[in-house]
Structure formats: structure tokens, C-alpha cells
Design a protein around this ligand. Structure first.
Ligand code: ADP
Length: 491
């Protein structure tokens, strides 16, 4: 009987199920949107039951579409939106509060109260103290339900990130576990000792008894128990780390950039964590057997979202794809620089107060220059992050693997290659997140013999090589830096 790997990719806006074959090709996929609630300004929540039901729905739809049963599934991999926190009742398996989504700022005050512990937290977790990560969200939940702390201490409540929640539900409550990559985003996990850290738990007053067991990313977690068939669940990784694996960035110094709503840049730093001095995050990429691989991570808040802004707010284009033709209808940016700091600036600036700006407007400036400058801003922001990564690791980036919706834009990709002076490679399968966890799961069961075998099947479709002169590259980037500095002056 022909067998496939089922990847569950639970993201913030949708849940996807994708079936992969031995060649790493997509056989079938199904997707369901999932909604968010915004109870107050800056709060973002989801219904954890909705998340679970969406997982069941996409698996069902996928099997029906592919005309297969669970007997055709070799193993399951789970990849997920990271940091989102769920707390549920151990007895009933029901959530006690909505899932608090990674973007949510509702636990800001909890983080602010711990500002003087910033250095300790950074050294232990590789992260910064910020409501983005799970710990303060768990604290918030325990503070906002009846007897939260007491119940948690008695072992009546369980915490999990989305992977843990799905795993718990798929195994009918038998397995309460997570993988190292997800644990490393909670602010509670010590990335050096590879343990939940008592000192950090005490800071947030979170009882250890409610935390999941932490396991390798490629590991037999347990058996799914539904539709009368048991399927091994053998891979778990947070979405960005899974994408790094799915891009086959397996050696130290290799990196990927995802151009979605925002941009997420990760570099494999090998077996040792590099603690950043310039606002990058240190995280665990994955663990296979006893071998832990670390990564440095930087993010750009507004990537493809700048193109959406051109389309929806500025009405300069009617589709995202049109931005390429419009940008290419002129030969320069006409000295226009746009800094899309709509919600502040991410790495390496971490400037929440900055707001967007346009520089260099003249009478000859037109829509096409504006569109071109916006696309260029995505590449410039990514270069800012790459530059810090290079400074901190000493690694000269010659090749960058990319994925995400905006990689469809050839002008953007060529400009990125030019401004970085590096080769850009676009993979054949753009679903790198699901593919990454498919690889991790399949390595455990022997569906894939080794990473060497995977490298052989892994393909790239498009490639961009730098064509810009060094003089232009330096001049343009200098102008960009001046534009960012000026933007930050205007608050
Ligand atoms: P996410 O996973 O964050 O939802 P996706 O990877 O689906 O993001 O990418 C969607 C983003 O890509 C949108 O912000 C959209 O504006 C941008 N995008 C899609 N196609 C293009 C294109 N051809 N040129 C530029 N940007 C694009």
C-alpha cells in the first residue's frame, strides 16, 4: 500500500493539512480559515476548540480529496503558529480561556513589571522580555479565571502551545508534550540546559506541573487515536524553524528568509547558541536524537503587508502581483525611499514608536516609483537584519533560500539579490513549513532514510544572482539608512 506523510500546519489565519510523497511532492492539501477575536485594542485571541476542529476538518477533507484513509498515512508531523498560549482543564480537556495569540499585547503589564530581569531572561532564553512570548500569556490566563493559580498548582490545569494542544487532542489526552523549538519560545525554557528553568518559572509564578514534557523535534510522541486507526506522530516544530528545515538549511551559516505579511529570517548557527547584542533572537531550531541545532532569528514587521497597503489603502495597484509590472514600468526609484514602519520597526531596531515615512518626493515622482520604492523597502529591511546576523556570526551570506507569498515577485527577488550581493534561491515546494515537519516526521519512521537522501530530492525552481554595481549597492543602502534615521527622528 502506498503511504504518505501528513503535515498539519496550524497558522494564525488558517489550518492546513498537506500530504507529501517520498519525493517530497504535494499529493493533496486542504485548508480552513480560522478567525480571531479582538476583545480590546491590542488583544488577539482565538477559540482553541475552533483550532482543534479545524485540524479535524482539514484532515477529513484531505483524505476525501485524495481518496485515501488513515491507513495510507505513514506518520503525522505538526507545525504551528508559535508562542500562542492555551490553558485547559486536565479532566475535561476543555480550554479554560481563549487561546492568547502571539500578536496579542494583553500581557504587556506583566512584562513591564519584569523589565529589571531583562538581562537574566535574555541570557537564559535568548529572547527579550515581551508579551509576544508565551509566559506572560499563561500568567494572564491564570490571573483571569477563577482560582487559576490554585488550580494550576494542584495540577488541574495544563498549558500548551498550539502543537501541544493538537498533540493532546490527537492522542485523546494521552500525550502532553512539546518539542524544543516550541519550548524555546515560551520564555520559560533554558536553551543552554535544555530544561524548564525554575528561576524563570518563579518570576512568572507558573507551576511546573502544568508544563508539557519537552522532546526532540523528530521523535515518536505517540499515536493519534481517531477514525479507528492509530498513526504515529513523529515530528513537531514551530513554523519558522520547520521552514528552516524544509529549506534544507541544515549546516551552520545557512539561512532562509520568509516573505509573508512580515519577513522572518533565520540562520542556522550550529550546535551553539549565539546570544545577540543587537536585538536578534536566539532560538532552538530543532533537535534530532541528542543533537540540538540553534538559530538566530530576526523579523521585519511589514513585508508583503506593504504591498497590501499599496493595494488596499493607497489604491495604487489592484493586485499584489501587479506590483511587479508597475515597478518594472520605470527604470529607477527616482530617489524615493519609503520606510514602512506602520507598526514600528522590528529587528534590529525594535522601535515601537517609529511610524512610516516617504522621502525624496519631487514633481516627477509617480505611482510606479512609489510602488518600486515600496518593494525595495522590503529588501532593505531584510538587509538590515542580514547585516546584523553577519556581524554577530562572522558568516558571509552567499546564498539565501526564500519562501512566502511575496517571493512570487521577480523584481523584489532580483533587487534583494542585488542589495545583498548574494544568490537568492526559490524552492520548488513553497510550502516549506509543512515540508520541514514532513521531513522531521519521516526521518523518525524511516520514510526518509537520511538528510542526505532528502537533499537529493529537494529542488529549487528559480534563482537570482546579483547584477548591481558595488557603487550603486553602497549608495542605495546608505540612502536607506538615512531614511530610517530620519523616520526615527519623527515621532
Ligand atoms: P502569510 O503566511 O504571512 O499570510 P503569505 O506567505 O501567504 O503570508 O504571503 C502573503 C503576502 O505576500 C501578502 O502580504 C501579499 O501582499 C504578498 N504578495 C503576494 N504576492 C505578491 C507579489 N506577486 N508581489 C509582492 N507581494 C506579494
Amino acid at each position: 500500500m502506498k503511504k504518505y506523510i501528513l503535515s498539519i500546519d496550524q497558522g494564525t489565519t488558517s489550518t492546513r493539512a498537506i500530504l507529501f510523497d517520498k519525493k517530497g511532492e504535494i499529493v493533496a492539501s486542504a485548508q480552513e480559515e480560522i478567525g480571531c477575536f479582538y476583545p480590546h485594542d491590542g488583544w488577539v485571541e482565538q477559540d482553541a476548540i475552533d483550532i482543534w476542529l479545524s485540524v479535524l476538518a482539514v484532515i477529513n477533507e484531505l483524505l476525501i480529496k485524495a481518496n485515501l484513509t488513515l491507513k495510507n498515512i505513514d506518520c503525522i508531523g505538526i507545525t504551528n503558529q508559535r508562542e500562542t498560549a492555551i490553558v485547559w482543564d486536565k479532566k475535561t480537556g476543555m480550554p479554560v480561556y481563549n487561546a492568547i495569540v502571539w500578536q496579542s499585547r494583553q500581557s504587556t503589564a506583566i512584562c513591564d513589571a519584569l523589565k529589571d530581569k531583562k538581562e537574566l531572561i535574555h541570557q537564559k532564553t535568548g529572547l527579550i522580555i515581551n508579551p509576544y512570548f508565551s509566559a506572560s500569556k499563561v500568567r494572564f490566563i491564570l490571573d483571569h479565571i477563577k482560582d487559576g493559580q490554585k488550580r494550576a498548582e494542584k495540577g488541574e490545569l495544563l498549558f500548551g502551545t498550539v502543537d501541544t494542544w493538537i498533540l493532546y487532542k490527537l492522542t485523546n489526552g494521552n500525550v502532553h508534550a512539546t518539542d524544543v523549538s516550541n519550548a524555546s519560545r515560551t520564555l520559560l525554557y533554558n536553551i543552554h540546559t535544555l530544561k524548564w528553568d525554575d528561576e524563570l518559572l518563579a518570576l512568572f509564578n507558573i507551576p511546573k506541573i502544568m508544563l508539557p514534557k519537552v522532546c526532540p523535534s523528530s521523535y515518536l510522541y505517540g499515536l493519534s487515536e481517531f477514525f479507528n486507526t492509530s498513526v504515529p506522530i513523529t515530528g513537531i516544530a514551530g513554523d519558522q524553524q520547520a521552514a528552516l528545515f524544509g529549506q534544507m538549511c541544515l549546516s551552520k551559516g545557512s539561512c532562509k528568509n520568509t516573505y509573508g505579511t512580515g519577513c522572518f529570517l533565520l540562520m542556522n548557527t550550529g550546535s551553539k547558541p549565539v546570544i545577540s547584542k543587537n536585538g536578534l533572537l536566539t532560538t532552538i531550531a530543532w533537535q534530532i536524537d541528542n543533537k540540538v541545532t540553534y538559530a538566530l532569528e530576526g523579523s521585519v514587521y511589514i513585508g508583503g503587508a506593504a504591498v497590501q497597503w499599496l493595494r488596499d489603502q493607497m489604491k495604487m495597484i489592484s493586485t499584489a502581483a501587479e506590483s511587479e509590472d508597475v515597478a518594472l514600468s520605470v527604470t529607477t526609484n527616482n530617489h524615493i525611499y519609503i520606510v514602512p514602519a506602520f507598526v514600528g520597526l522590528g529587528s534590529p531596531y525594535w522601535d515601537d514608536k517609529a511610524r512610516g515615512a516617504v522621502f525624496g518626493l519631487t514633481r516627477s515622482a509617480n505611482r510606479a516609483h512609489f510602488v518600486r520604492a515600496t518593494l525595495e523597502s522590503i529588501a532593505f529591511q531584510s538587509k538590515d537584519v542580514f547585516k546584523v546576523m553577519k556581524e554577530e556570526t562572522g558568516v558571509e551570506l552567499k546564498t539565501i533560500k526564500v519562501d512566502g507569498g511575496a517571493t512570487a515577485n521577480n523584481y523584489l527577488m532580483q533587487f534583494q539579490s542585488d542589495i545583498l550581493n548574494a544568490t537568492i534561491k526559490v524552492p520548488h515546494i513553497l510550502e516549506t513549513t509543512a515540508l520541514g515537519v514532513c521531513y522531521l516526521a519521516g526521518l523518525k519512521t524511516g520514510y526518509f532514510g537520511s538528510t542526505t537522501e532528502i537533499r537529493k530530492i529537494h529542488q529549487y525552481d528559480r534563482q537570482f544572482k546579483p547584477k548591481m554595481s558595488e557603487v550603486d549597492r553602497v549608495r542605495k543602502y546608505k540612502n536607506w539608512k538615512r531614511a530610517v534615521a530620519a523616520t526615527r527622528q519623527f515621532i
